[in-house]
Write a protein that binds this ligand. Structure first.
Ligand SMILES: Cc1cc2nc3c(=O)[nH]c(=O)nc-3n(C[C@H](O)[C@H](O)[C@H](O)COP(=O)(O)O)c2cc1C
Length: 169
């Protein structure tokens, strides 16, 4: 696939086939995501792969947007490690999560990012995460069972200034 087509075809997938995802495939995606950039190459990220149905169901109840976790065969929680990159751990770990999402897409898997930043306490408790790690996002992962249309995007004119802020194209 042309790389433009690849990037433009990623979607948030919230419905999944009732079919297992091999752990090796998830590890392959994580292996690719390790090549995400990070400040000073600190790689301040960890992951938890969740396959236990009881845990997925608990996480699915965190908020309305977490419901895809109920339908997903697995999830990957991305943790940031502030101690390893004190200035930019949130950016670093988000870049890793985005790379991971793209790597999953590359392998034919679908995913949606489930918001984790409003419920970090609950997520910590459910998954026994120590205080030094921050769950920054949860990817619900599975074989896509839907093909959503692309969501509308802001125009280029709205998001691009030339040389100085406010100077339009
Ligand atoms: C930080 C972040 C948090 C998100 N949280 C949720 C969520 O909790 N539930 C959900 O269904 N989608 C969530 N999304 C997915 C967005 O709704 C989605 O990316 C956006 O609508 C654009 O659609 P697309 O991913 O198909 O291009 C989140 C995405 C990001 C980047």
């Amino acid at each position: 696939m042309d790389c433009r087509e690849f990037l433009l075809s990623r979607r948030s997938i919230r419905y999944f086939e009732d079919r297992e995802v091999p752990l090796e495939l998830v590890l392959e995606a994580i292996g690719i995501a390790r090549y995400a950039p990070s400040a000073k190459n600190t790689q301040p990220w960890r992951t938890i792969i969740i396959r236990r149905r009881d845990l997925l169901n608990k996480l699915a109840k965190l908020h309305a947007g977490a419901r895809p976790l109920e339908r997903a065969p697995l999830a990957i929680v991305v943790l940031a490690v502030p101690g390893e990159s004190p200035t930019s751990y949130l950016v670093d770990a988000s870049l890793f999560a985005m790379y991971l999402w793209l790597a999953l897409h590359c392998l034919g898997l679908g995913a949606v990012w489930v918001q984790a930043l409003r419920n970090t306490g609950d997520i910590r408790e459910i998954l026994k995460i120590p205080d030094e790690y921050i769950p920054i996002g949860i990817l619900a992962v599975g074989w896509p069972a839907e093909k959503p249309e692309a969501k509308p995007r802001r125009s280029i004119e709205e998001i691009v200034f030339l040389d100085e802020f406010g100077v339009g194209l």
